[in-house]
Design a protein. Structure first.
Length: 76
């Protein structure tokens, strides 16, 4: 990649990172809200557990995809 494309690559990466953060926050809030509506008393704890599990699965999927598709640097 040429140096002229670094700024565009950084902008795209930063935008995707912000979008992913917003999506994760919305997903967590939604799961907790669903649990609070369905479980009286300890809905927040149950929703937090669901959120943790879902986000953990997404992290594992992300790790596997990174290991498969990110090229490794060639040693000289």
């Amino acid at each position: 990649m040429s140096k002229a494309n670094h700024a565009q690559g950084n902008a795209i990466f930063n935008t995707l990172q912000q979008f992913s953060g917003a999506l994760g926050t919305a997903l967590a809030g939604t799961l907790i809200a669903i649990a609070q509506n369905n479980h009286v008393g300890n809905g927040t704890a149950i929703g937090s557990k669901w959120t943790f599990m879902v986000l953990l699965v997404l992290i594992i999927i992300n790790l596997v995809l990174a290991l498969l598709f990110v090229p490794k640097k060639k040693s000289k």
